[in-house]
Ligand binder design. Structure first.
Ligand code: FES
Length: 362
């Protein structure tokens, strides 16, 4: 019997001409920003997106351009059409369901033989979990099938973040990732600084960068708190893991026997030159952290400024210890991104799940 070659992998992601990853989930908003019966406008991968929430509480996302005369739909209002939530364009009143299909053309008379349902506006699949709203951006704007890629999963978390904030950065997505989301700056800017942690006994030997699905994990267990740090408010001995996943999610999990904290940084390209940063932090079992929320938020903001070069960073032993791994991980971001768009993440990614990450091959 003739042997056939295995089918080539399909691309996991597609790159736009500006080098942005499509076929990906992006953090679009915090849940608190979407009020029931309201909508707002965001730029995501250069496209205007209307994010909305029906009066029943369901989040949805449509291209923020009316197909009639290109008026922003987000400037309209939500109205019920035959018992269903629809968005009414403010200009001529066309109404669109949350699936993007036109439900009503009010200028048509009863004898006009045109079906409103033939008109559509782009709809983005939405996933909302633990106070964050994600949208999936397919490379084909007309795609209506559910995404092949599952929504991001950052592990067990409470329903709502204890603190969150966001900021637009005047840097391209790749630069934002390598400055903020990759471990290249993580030890300096995010993890060690925010939690004032340092590696436990064993130091360098305990720090491992291992492959994970479409990304990597840096495990540094256990960690010890420094005076004034948040880890000191954790019951028991804390362990810190730092993870990254395409297209731009980096999250830290700080865990001890009685408490768990997850700090997520989500990067979403607004345009080729501008990136939206959102940070959300959830915790449970560490009530003393509730008392220092404002301080944690201020520290996180300051560290983003540091990563952007607005302040002078400092170097200490913990950073120096991690930089070897860090440069490797930053190299893997570029590699993951290009391999993901070529459909070869499996054989050209960092390696098998859980395996130590090796230096990128040129
Ligand atoms: S511009 Fe939207 S209905 Fe005319």
């Amino acid at each position: 019997m003739a042997q056939t070659d295995p089918a080539p992998d399909k691309p996991v992601h597609t790159l736009t001409k500006e080098g942005l990853l499509t076929d990906s989930w992006y953090l679009a908003a915090r849940s608190v920003e979407l009020k029931r019966g309201g909508q707002m406008r965001r730029l995501i991968l250069g496209e205007p997106v209307m994010l909305g929430r029906t009066r029943e509480g369901k989040a949805f996302a449509l291209r923020d351009v009316c197909p009639h005369r290109r008026v922003p739909l987000s400037a309209g209002r939500q109205v019920e059409t035959e018992g269903e939530a629809t968005v009414e364009c403010p200009y001529h009143g066309w109404r669109f369901g949350t699936d993007g299909v036109c439900r009503l053309l009010p200028s048509l008379t009863d004898d006009t033989p045109y079906e409103a349902s033939r008109i559509r506006v782009r709809r983005y699949p939405v996933h909302e979990a633990s106070g964050a709203v994600f949208i999936h951006v397919h490379h084909d704007p007309r795609e209506t099938e559910p995404p092949a890629l599952a929504p991001p999963d950052f592990g067990a978390m409470p329903d709502r973040p204890k603190l969150s904030w966001q900021r637009a950065l005047d840097v391209p997505m790749d630069e934002a990732v390598t400055r903020l989301a990759s471990p290249e700056r993580t030890p300096l800017v995010q993890a060690w600084g925010l939690w004032r942690a340092q590696p436990g006994r064993g130091g360098r030997d305990r720090l491992r960068l291992v492959a994970r699905e479409r990304g990597w994990a840096m495990t540094a267990s256990p960690v010890l708190g420094r005076p004034g740090g948040a880890i000191g408010l954790f019951p028991g001995k804390a362990q810190l893991d730092i993870l990254f996943q395409l297209p731009g999610f980096r999250w830290e999990i700080l865990e001890s026997s009685g408490a768990r904290l997850v700090a997520l940084t989500g990067l979403t390209p607004e345009t080729p030159c501008r990136t939206h940063l959102t940070q959300l932090v959830w915790w449970a079992g560490a009530p003393q952290l509730n008392l220092v929320r404002a301080k944690l938020k201020a520290t996180a903001r300051r560290q983003v400024d540091t990563a952007q070069g607005r302040e002078t960073g400092r170097t200490d032993a913990a950073e120096t210890m991690l930089l070897e791994n860090a440069g490797m991980a930053a190299g893997w971001y570029e590699r993951l991104k290009s391999q993901g768009s070529a459909g070869r993440l499996r054989d050209a990614g960092p390696g098998d799940e859980g395996e130590p990450v090796q230096p990128p091959r040129s």
